[in-house]
Design a binder for this molecule. Structure first.
Ligand code: TRP
Length: 424
């Protein structure tokens, strides 16, 4: 997920809201939320109003019918992030499912802007879900590391951004992707290796005017020209022709992009140009943001260490951060809590459990006990600590085992294990 350029917190919401543009339409001044690829902020304690966002962006809500259809087609139970509405919005997911029913192929594309050496818990979410999609649909996956993006946006030297990309690749591999079906690439490297990718960038660039990207991304007269061209780089992996080594030169394999909703502007632009290039429009499946420890008004951000639980944190750091900083929806006093119960809608420990505690029954019990005041703030925090510590520890153990050769193999342009001859 993109890290904000600017300070990211409720205090500068007003400023952001005042200059908010999305697409060509200015959003009303009374809007409470701000979302773009670089920052997320909401005035409300419960965070972004995602139903409103769906309307504003013009995407579709993931409803029970879609979840049931996915279960029916795959024959597998839906992932908890899907069932619980963390992945809440989509564009043309039904089109992808139609292809699957017809025995036709598709591929997955996701990415990461490497902006810090160590990733945090929120960064895991799209990758955990993408891994499930890859396993469930058994399809190839491309992962774009946008070291170029971070170089252009941040005060970072190019070699530092490139190194961060590799550090982040380790965390991504540690999520358990299938080496035979996954190609991870760094922009500063792959674009030099792949004429096909560069040619698609050019095609996209020719279709989009400065006026359009200014409208979509808010670029201005003082934006460096790298930023202005960058959307074409994030758009191009949506097209199978950018990876001739994987798709045997096929230009019409449709793509599904799991991403956090803040990345949608890039892909609205991509979907807009695709028909003009005679390529299929990418389908999308969007997640909500992972809230900061301090509360749902903003997302977890690696540039604000106190807002984040990092994948490098020790069990003790995890415990201390949660106990000290996790915003509580509990009552102010013991008596008040017992009388009125806790508010799960704003309680960060509860929110985090919805992302990481897979056991549906246990989660429902916690919700009941906490809301009724039977479970105390200290207890829900303790539960979260006990859930997160082993997840982070196991991640660290898997990450430690990843060798340089393995990274090289994931990042080598090559054919993936996928048999197109069985697919029409
Ligand atoms: N811009 C994204 C970020 O800053 C990285 C990215 C590139 C991405 N391609 C993507 C994210 C596709 C999701 C899907 O993190």
């Amino acid at each position: 997920m993109a890290e904000p350029d600017v300070k990211n917190g409720p205090e500068d919401v007003a400023e952001k809201l005042s200059k908010l543009t999305m697409g060509d339409s200015k959003v009303e001044a009374d809007d409470d939320d701000f979302v773009d690829p670089w920052s997320v902020a909401s005035k409300s304690a419960t965070g972004i109003d995602y139903n409103k966002l769906i309307k504003k962006f013009g995407s579709s809500k993931i409803d029970d019918e879609l979840v049931t259809r996915i279960e029916k087609i795959t024959g597998k139970p839906a992932h908890h992030l899907l069932k619980r509405g963390v992945f809440f919005s989509h564009r043309e997911m039904h089109g992808i499912l139609n292809k699957v029913e017809q025995g036709k192929p598709f591929f997955l594309y996701t990415g990461r802007g490497p902006s810090s050496n160590s990733m945090h818990l929120g960064h895991l979410i799209p990758f955990v879900f993408t891994k499930w999609l890859q396993e469930t649909f058994d399809v190839p996956l491309v992962i774009q590391m946008t070291d170029d993006e971070k170089f252009l946006w941040k005060d970072l030297k190019l070699d530092v951004a490139q190194k961060m990309a590799i550090d982040n690749v380790k965390d991504i591999i540690a999520c358990g992707f299938d080496k035979e079906k996954t190609f991870i690439f760094k922009d500063t490297e792959y674009i030099g290796q792949s004429p096909a990718f560069y040619q698609n960038m050019l095609r996209v660039q020719k279709c989009v005017t400065f006026n359009q990207v200014r409208g979509i991304f808010g670029f201005g007269d003082s934006s460096n020209i790298g930023k202005i061209a960058f959307p074409s780089i994030q758009a191009s992996p949506s097209f199978s022709s950018s990876f001739p080594q994987i798709f045997e030169g096929k230009k019409d394999i449709p793509c599904l992009i799991p991403c956090a909703i803040d990345q949608d502007p890039y892909f609205r632009m991509t979907r807009d140009v695709a028909p003009r290039l005679k390529y299929p429009k990418p389908a999308l499946i969007h997640s909500t943001f992972f809230p900061a420890l301090q509360g749902a008004q903003t997302k977890m951000s690696a540039s604000d260490p106190l807002s984040s639980i990092f994948l490098t944190d020790t069990p003790n750091q995890i415990k201390n951060k949660i106990n000290k900083y996790a915003f509580s929806g509990g009552g102010a006093t013991l008596e008040e809590h017992q009388k009125n119960g806790g508010n799960c809608d704003v309680d960060i420990p509860y929110q985090y459990l919805t992302f990481f505690l897979e056991d549906d029954e246990r989660l429902a019990q916690i919700k009941e006990d906490y809301s009724s005041g039977k479970m105390m703030t200290g207890e829900i925090k303790k539960t979260l600590i006990e859930v997160l510590q082993p997840i982070v520890k196991k991640h660290q153990e898997r990450r430690k085992m990843i060798t340089d050769d393995e990274i090289k193999e994931f990042m080598r342009p090559r054919k993936l294990k996928y048999d197109y001859s069985t697919k029409k």
